[in-house]
Design a binder for this molecule. Structure first.
Ligand code: PMV
Length: 384
């Protein structure tokens, strides 16, 4: 029996959310909270593709492989098979499957189609996936990208199109060629979830670390200082696809106003990249940390300016300000998570951090400390 487990990290965007969709630069960093996907294949082939979300009360959905293969025969001349597969899921999955589960299955089936059925078909195996997530869903921490990247990796491993070392514990996948294949497939899956994603989420989930990202091109930030952040989940639900298309609508209506805001966000990303390098070389220089904090506060104002703020996020930023810490939303905004830089002009103040966490927790926000730059895709592969 072969057992494959894959894990991919969540992320925070330090600067560049939304502007990155319009060709500007963004800085993103992997965080230690991760998604874990376990696949089992055994000789008892039951002819199904199934997903079980163990962190969502064991919700499960199943599709019969032969029925899906029959449907896929019709996809040969389709320009956009992802849309057709989404429709297939909407029409055929049980009414008990909620939208989230349907989306998870649509992404899995799309990847399954691309890997096993599309060009150069190979024997389609049954696939049972068990998902465990340490990331809140739809909160801006890249949960869908961590899921899609892990699923892409599992299917590519099962098909033999990529390989990994056999290991009883998780090891980071380092082969560039394999990582590129995973990232490419995960990006196509992300389009099902987010319509026009920039690709930043799947890239950081695949490669990990800290990256500068622009128009699909990723540059690793090697000189990343050990910054501490507090990630605060506002617990306000929102939808990235809607927020991205709202910004696009706003941009199309008022290009003279919105373009300069996007340019200013780009400027903040560029300046922050330099500051991060300088902080790495001079970690005790409070002026540099202070400047980084000022840019975080400015970007939060700009993000509100393009309409992706939320009163709950304002409240989190205000609490952070009272304790002397800079804060901004991260990801698509409209709710989701905020990040607070745990460095003040006078350095890191532990007692202040704990007092602030208490105030935020009393307001029912969920707080998690994070060190930036976690590892990318990891695999655990055993064959007994
Ligand atoms: O889905 P989120 O909340 O992680 O947001 C992703 C960042 C955006 O720039 C808003 C969208 C994108 O595709 O880059």
């Amino acid at each position: 029996m072969t057992e494959i487990s894959v894990s991919a990290p969540g992320k925070i965007i330090l600067h560049g959310e939304h502007s990155v969709v319009h060709g500007k630069k963004a800085i993103a960093c992997a965080i230690e909270s991760r998604v874990f996907v376990r696949a089992t294949t055994s000789n008892s082939n039951d002819g199904v593709i199934s997903v079980l979300m163990s962190s969502l009360h064991d919700k499960q959905i199943t599709v019969q492989i032969n029925e899906f293969c029959f449907f896929c025969d019709k996809l040969k001349d389709e320009e956009n098979p992802g849309i057709e597969i989404e429709k297939y899921c909407a029409e055929t999955l049980s009414e008990h499957a909620d939208e989230f589960m349907r989306l998870a299955m649509s992404c899995l089936l799309y990847a399954y189609y691309k890997v096993f059925l599309c060009s150069d078909p190979i024997t389609a195996p049954h696939v049972s996936l068990i998902i465990e997530s340490q990331l809140p869903i739809g909160a801006g921490l890249g949960s869908s990208a961590a899921y899609n990247t892990s699923v892409a990796c599992i299917l590519l491993l099962l098909s033999g199109r990529i390989s990994t070392q056999s290991s009883d514990s998780f090891i980071e996948l380092k082969n560039e060629n394999s990582l590129n294949k995973i990232n490419e497939l995960a990006y196509e899956m992300e389009k099902i979830v987010h319509k026009t994603p920039s690709g930043i989420d799947n890239s950081i989930a695949t490669y990990g670390g800290a990256v500068l990202f622009e128009k699909g091109i990723l540059t690793k930030l090697e000189n990343m200082p050990k910054l501490q952040l507090l990630i605060v989940d506002s617990q306000v639900q929102r939808n990235t696809k809607t927020l991205v298309s709202n910004v696009e609508e706003f941009l199309n209506k008022f290009p003279d106003i919105v373009n300069p805001i996007l340019d200013a966000m780009h400027g903040i990303t560029l300046k922050s990249e330099i500051l991060l390098k300088n902080i790495h070389a001079n970690p005790l220089n409070h002026e540099l940390l202070n400047d980084l904090g000022k840019l975080i506060i400015t970007n939060q104002c700009l993000l509100c300016g393009i309409g992706v703020g939320h009163p709950t996020l304002d409240k989190i930023c205000l609490i952070a300000k009272k304790f002397g810490f800079p804060a901004k939303l991260t990801g698509a905004g409209g709710g989701g998570c905020a990040i607070i830089l745990l460095h003040t002009s006078s350095g890191l103040l532990d007692s202040n951090v704990e007092s602030m966490v208490k105030v935020l927790t009393d307001e029912n926000f969920i707080c998690k400390k994070a060190m930036l730059g976690a590892g990318g895709i990891m695999t655990k592969y055993t064959h007994r």
